[in-house]
Design a protein around this ligand. Structure first.
Ligand code: HEM
Ligand code: HEM
Length: 228
């Protein structure tokens, strides 16, 4: 439940941040026929960006915390491939789902190891986006939190560089979201485990023998790999 809540808050924030961020980077000259002084259109865009940014940031902090305290499938050790068997699974997923050179089943109850690694890289990009965003915000805000990030701008070579990094990362988010949503539906269709609805309702279908091996502890990784 906490991961699902985190996920949907995050997805909504990212959508709002990409739309408003794009407009900040390429502002439309909308004046509604009135004197610019009487328009607060661009201010509203920036306001939404900053509200979504704070929500995104605290939601992300919660996910970091949950990676240490949540259930076995949400913990950090799944996301950082330090074990041999995780790398084996990454290669297997590439063979099965990317190259499609073999037709075998990937038995992972949580995210598979390749998905987890990609999510981990995404989390690092979340971090960089927060650093550059709050770094820029430090110069224009009186609040204490953004001020903590004032060191980022000089470290990254000035406002222009920081804005450019922040902007380029937005395209990283858009690219990720397109591929992510495609793959979620692809896996749902191919594996028939209900992965998409599991992100809403919390339930998915796992083969009994996979659960059995998981419960027995005979699968240490715990990601098995069997022929179908
Ligand atoms: C998914 C996350 C985010 C995306 C996609 C995003 C995207 C963008 C983009 C594209 C711009 C315009 C840059 C340009 O081309 O000039 C921008 C500006 C900005 N963003 Fe973000 N942003 C995100 C998160 C954040 C966060 C967490 C903060 C923290 C406060 C933040 C603060 C800012 C600030 C201060 C500006 C400059 C506003 C201005 O000068 O008017 N952003 N953002
Ligand atoms: C219609 C939109 C979306 C759908 C249907 C969707 C669905 C899903 C599903 C089913 C999973 C679990 C997949 C697995 O087990 O590997 C997942 C995980 C994840 N998704 Fe999405 N997603 C959507 C949008 C987004 C967006 C916009 C982002 C952020 C840019 C995002 C970031 C993530 C992350 C970081 C995870 C890992 C969750 C964790 O363990 O913390 N998703 N998503």
């Amino acid at each position: 439940m906490p991961v699902r809540l985190y996920h949907w808050i995050n997805a909504i924030c990212v959508a709002a941040l990409c739309i408003t961020g794009y407009l900040i980077g390429a502002p439309l000259a909308i004046v509604n026929g009135t004197e610019a002084y009487f328009n607060y259109w661009f201010g509203t865009v920036r306001f939404i960006h900053f509200v979504a940014a704070f929500l995104f940031f605290f939601n992300f902090l919660f996910r970091i915390y949950w990676g240490f305290t949540g259930n076995e499938f949400s913990r950090w050790y799944n996301f950082i491939p330090l074990k041999r068997c995780q790398w084996k699974e990454i290669i297997n997923v590439i063979k099965v789902d990317v190259l499609q050179v073999t037709n075998r089943q990937i038995d992972s109850i949580g995210h598979n190891s390749l998905a987890s690694l990609i999510y981990f890289i995404t989390f690092l990009i979340f971090l960089l986006q927060c650093l550059t965003g709050f770094g820029m915000y430090a110069a224009m805000s009186k609040a204490a939190l953004p001020k903590l990030f004032a060191w980022v701008v000089p470290l990254l070579g000035g406002d222009m560089h920081v804005r450019q990094i922040h902007h380029i990362l937005m395209w990283g988010f858009i690219l990720f979201a397109i591929i992510h949503i495609y793959l979620v539906f692809y896996h749902d269709y191919i594996e028939r485990r209900g992965v998409t609805s599991s992100m809403i309702g919390g339930w998915k279908f796992i083969e009994e023998d996979v659960i059995q091996r998981h419960n027995d502890g005979t699968e240490i990784c715990p990601k098995g790999f069997k022929k179908v």
